[in-house]
Write a protein that binds this ligand. Structure first.
Ligand SMILES: Cc1cc2nc3c(=O)[nH]c(=O)nc-3n(C[C@H](O)[C@H](O)[C@H](O)COP(=O)(O)OP(=O)(O)OC[C@H]3O[C@@H](n4cnc5c(N)ncnc54)[C@H](O)[C@@H]3O)c2cc1C
Length: 304
């Protein structure tokens, strides 16, 4: 994308005051100009930037999808047990948690970031090592996040962002591409509007936020969707999928968005024999399309 902007002679003002804040906002990543221009164009096709893109939201959040999908086997879901090491053997996979407790399974699906997978894998193959270590992450900007209810981070002006907007972005400091971004969640998610407090999420916070109004803090690393990752590394994943009882899903295997990451998990489950759980024909077509990208000719297309 950077090359396209240079070829067309687009100004620094346009890059840093219009394009970059918009894409940092879409993607929550910093080096957006490293992305393929085609991916940029796809995002612009998808988002209606003149009016707000109509959004479909789940009452009380996406956790409800996972609760519904796992309703039949909740008792077998282990939460709050970080994995320390994964040992692959000819007859199964041994997963060791942080306390050193080990359990054996038929297969393992890694649904974490590539560098975290590499830390956990005991004796990775040459291809696993080079592929997983080639995925780049950055956490220099826009990595610190605060969930809070302090509306003082928003300007008190005629736009009335607290009531009317879905986000507010403000550049600060010497770097032209350094922004504080506040998502005004109660305007994005109708169910959050039932609260008597604002529901705000501020990334890269520089404004002072009242400690008593902070609900949660989190730090993120963001996958870098540069041309190399999209054009070279994503297609190579099919060559390690399913090898040595090991499967991979998540942002680094396709595209960084909740829906596509969810699909990468469904595709891994499909490879292990699960059905595709939804009836929608359009969704099924998209699932088959992404499944082929993720698993190549071995992808087990769901029966229509
Ligand atoms: C701040 C922010 C805002 C975003 N907003 C949007 C949005 O509005 N819409 C959208 O579509 N996308 C959004 N995204 C992108 C979306 O959240 C990601 O694309 C998606 O969550 C990536 O899914 P994933 O499964 O690859 O990784 P993650 O969702 O990061 O999941 C990886 C999981 O692995 C766990 N893990 C790591 N190591 C271990 C271990 N050793 N043992 C056990 N578990 C481990 C982590 O705790 C984590 O839960 C946002 C991302 C960020 C960071």
């Amino acid at each position: 994308m950077g090359t396209v902007l240079n070829l067309h002679g687009l100004s620094g003002d346009f890059r840093y005051k219009v394009l970059k804040p918009m894409f940092v906002n879409f993607l929550m990543a910093t080096n957006v100009f490293d992305m393929p221009a085609s991916l940029f164009a796809r995002y612009l096709e998808f988002f209606d930037i003149e009016r707000a893109t109509p959004m479909m939201t789940w009452d009380r959040g996406t956790r409800r999808i996972y609760e519904a999908l796992s309703a039949g086997f909740r008792d077998r879901v282990r939460l709050g047990r970080p994995v320390r090491k994964v040992y692959r053997q000819s007859n199964g996979v041994v997963v060791e948690d942080q306390d050193g407790v080990r359990e054996t399974f038929d297969d393992v699906i890694f649904a974490c970031n590539a560098n975290q997978t590499l830390m956990m894998l005991d004796r990775p193959t040459m291809l696993e090592r080079s592929l997983l270590s080639s995925i780049r992450y950055e956490s220099e900007l826009h990595n610190h996040t605060i969930v809070h209810s302090d509306s003082a981070v928003l300007p008190d002006n005629e736009v009335r962002p607290l009531e009317t907007r879905s986000n507010h972005i403000e550049q600060y400091g010497a770097r032209p591409d350094n922004y504080e971004i506040t998502y005004i969640m109660h305007n994005q998610q109708p169910w959050a509007n039932r609260s008597d407090k604002p529901c705000l999420v501020t990334y890269n916070p520089i404004s002072k936020i009242d400690e008593s109004k902070i609900v949660h803090r989190q730090w993120f690393q963001h996958v870098v969707h540069d041309v190399r990752q999209i054009a070279l590394l994503v297609p190579l994943f099919q060559f390690i999928q399913g090898r040595r009882r090991t499967w991979h899903c998540g942002a680094h295997t396709l595209v960084n968005s909740q829906e596509t990451c969810f699909v990468t998990g469904l595709a891994a489950a499909r490879q292990l024999g699960a059905d595709y759980p939804f009836d929608d024909p359009g969704a099924r077509r998209a699932f088959n399309h992404y499944g082929r990208i993720l698993h190549g000719w071995r992808f087990r297309k769901p029966i229509a």
